[in-house]
Design a protein. Sequence first.
Length: 227
Amino acid sequence: MAKHKVLDRFYNSDKWKTFRLGLINERGNKCSRCKQTIAISKEIIGHHKIELTPENVHDHNISLNPDLVDLVCFDCHNILHNRFGYKAEKKVYLVYGPPLAGKQAFVKRHVQRGDIIIDMDRLYSAVSMQPEYDKPDNLLMNVRGIYNQLLDNIKVRHGKWYNAWIIGGYADKYKREKVINDLGAEPIFLDVSKEECLQRLAVDEERQYRQDEWQGYIEKWFEHYVE
């Protein structure tokens, strides 16, 4: 059942019902996950890959986008939402690469509502209220402490999060492999050249007054990176 009246109205609307039946007619009556045949059409659930909220439900590029809706059975739908005792395996991803490689943008394209994201840049911003590109040196120990505590939570699968995304440079092979092994993480390397990172920096308006600082971050990463 939807948690908000605005979502209830959407799922009870003729527009959604017509859209869902159109998908069933086009794709057939099989669950897209387990491939089980679902004999009764009302038991075929239209699952939104991007969870609907009162803020995005009126954006039909999300709520009525066939590319963002799967047809699934009740069991698979409960697994997707960790409901009624069904629990999907928590997955952990380590997204790493040089500064300005696009790590945050990559995670934003793949994350789902309810996932946990651990990112030094965002932690700096959270504790300092400064822009993400401004990292006060005197807060490093505090931010690193929060970061490591969150990694420990991920290691023991503490909390009700779905998947975990760890964002960082991780140029050091030993530190990278330790995180991968300790957390059972799947590594995702954004293989972007130094030249491309520097080109992105040159046109980054947010960092226009910190060009030298961020060029140093980029140069340092490539100096220390080991595959």
